[in-house]
Design a protein around this ligand. Structure first.
Ligand SMILES: [Zn+2]
Length: 454
């Protein structure tokens, strides 16, 4: 079933990771709760215009090359009619020969000190096997694969498509109508295609629910090993969310937890969080999540002044105590981080660890509270909140840079206290696994498609 569903999309669709791909990959998880329709009511945000230069064509053949000496560019004309321009300096810098590149590491050996950034080109031609060959004035020669070149085309559309392929910044924004994508814990551990679908949805939607894990400790660590390694923090490699005496964190009580991101007291907060339910409460203990990026977008639209305040003022966070070892953390963060393009990139908000130290001039204090209140009011709107109650064996995996999560207060069974085990990972490791899985799954599919003569 996996293959038949995914094969229709094959390599190109997977590379582009379109909305259809995510829907298909989710459907293929074969889990009842996992419905592609969950995505129909949500909005697509981010840059998703894939230009013609990014269209996944099977092979790119070079028709003609020439050097534009004045502009110091090499122009490649493709068989499909398009053309690409490559600066001389960039080509020389990225020569793939064994003298310039350490093949075993795919890493550059050529030193900046030895790179002539004003070098011209002696000869440029298309080789018999359709590669681009360049001879430089010092008679060093470089040969570039056509696919390699095409992918690195400098046109805005090609750059955008490649960046999307590498980083998957396209996101689906959602509200309370979201049906949380669900997959099977065992399948994710043992099936590469299921693991890929899980990580794609985690990136795009920000939350994926896994069912069918054993209701005993150690499962979040197994899941982290599936990806790479987990993120150690002062709360340990993994941590036990239980009602504890003399709790060193508000999570370790039975009280209500308002919507928050974890660990803004760290300048580099954990990117991804896993929570595994081992025992659930007798009463209460429901989980609540909101899409922080969607909330930030609503704030920007409804109250631009508040958005500007929360994306520009640095707020102090603090966390002090003893757990894995003793700690005394201080950090300074904007509540909403935006990237160079102005897109919301991270939410940093935990009211429990927001410091009483507030490093702002007097006149900015009240505007800051007004802005924060406006943001929290949006988060508390019922139409934005997804509520679910975890059962033993469920694992929720979510984007801690994007989602805010909370919990309702609870009363435990006296003999079986509520118990969740949690762990953190970082996005670099998760994205690394996602790219490897995509390459594995796509490579496999491409081969089968070819063998079956499709
Ligand atoms: Zn070289």
């Amino acid at each position: 079933m996996w293959m038949s569903t995914l094969a229709r999309f094959a390599l190109p669709a997977l590379q582009r990771s379109t909305s259809a791909m995510v829907c298909q990959s989710l459907r293929a998880c074969r889990t009842p709760g996992l419905l592609p329709s969950c995505l129909t009511s949500v909005q697509l945000r981010g840059q998703h215009t894939l230009g013609s230069a990014s269209r996944p064509v099977a092979r790119h053949s070079v028709r003609h090359v020439r050097a534009l000496d004045e502009e110091r560019l090499i122009e490649v004309e493709w068989e499909d009619g398009g053309h690409s321009l490559y600066p001389f300096t960039w080509l020389r810098d990225n020569c793939q020969c064994p003298l310039c590149t350490l093949q075993s590491a795919q890493a550059r050996k050529l030193l900046m000190a030895d790179l002539d950034i004003h070098a011209g080109v002696d000869i440029v031609e298309v080789t018999n096997d359709n590669k681009v060959s360049v001879v430089w004035p010092d008679q060093h020669s470089s040969v570039f694969d056509s696919e390699w070149l095409k992918k690195r085309c400098f046109s805005p559309a090609a750059r955008q498509a490649l960046q999307e392929e590498l980083f998957l910044n396209e996101r689906y924004y959602w509200d309370s109508t979201l049906r949380v994508p669900t997959a099977n814990y065992q399948e994710v551990l043992h099936d590469d295609k299921a693991a890929l679908a899980w990580l794609l949805a985690l990136r795009r939607v920000g939350i994926v629910y896994l069912t069918g894990a054993p209701a005993e400790q150690g499962q979040v660590a197994r899941l982290a090993e599936r990806i790479g390694y987990l993120r150690l923090t002062f709360y340990g490699h993994t941590w036990q969310v239980q009602d504890k005496n003399m709790a060193n964190n508000v999570a370790y009580t039975s009280g209500k937890l308002s919507q928050h991101t974890d660990y803004p007291a760290l300048h580099f907060a954990p990117g991804v969080q896993f929570l595994h339910c081992i025992n659930q409460a007798m009463e209460g203990g429901e989980s609540e999540v909101v899409d922080g990026f969607h909330m930030a977008e609503q704030l920007q639209r409804e109250d631009p002044e508040a958005f500007k305040t929360l994306t520009s003022l640095l707020v102090d966070f603090t966390d002090t105590g003893t757990d894995y070892c003793d700690f005394m953390l201080q950090s300074k963060k904007c509540i909403i981080d935006v990237d160079a393009e102005g897109r919301v990139a991270r939410i940093n908000y935990n009211n429990a660890t927001r410091d009483s130290v507030l490093d702002l001039p007097l006149h900015q204090v009240q505007p800051f509270y007004r802005a924060l209140k406006a943001f929290v009011d949006i988060m508390n709107r019922p139409e934005n909140i997804v509520t679910y109650k975890m059962e033993p064996g469920d694992v929720v995996t979510f984007d801690n840079w994007r989602l805010l999560h909370g919990r309702r207060s609870y009363i435990s069974r006296p003999d079986k206290p509520r118990h969740l085990e949690g762990a953190y990972l970082d996005w670099d490791e998760v994205m690394s696994r996602l790219r490897i899985l995509r390459k594995l799954v796509c490579g496999d599919m491409e081969m089968r498609t070819r063998n079956e003569g499709l």
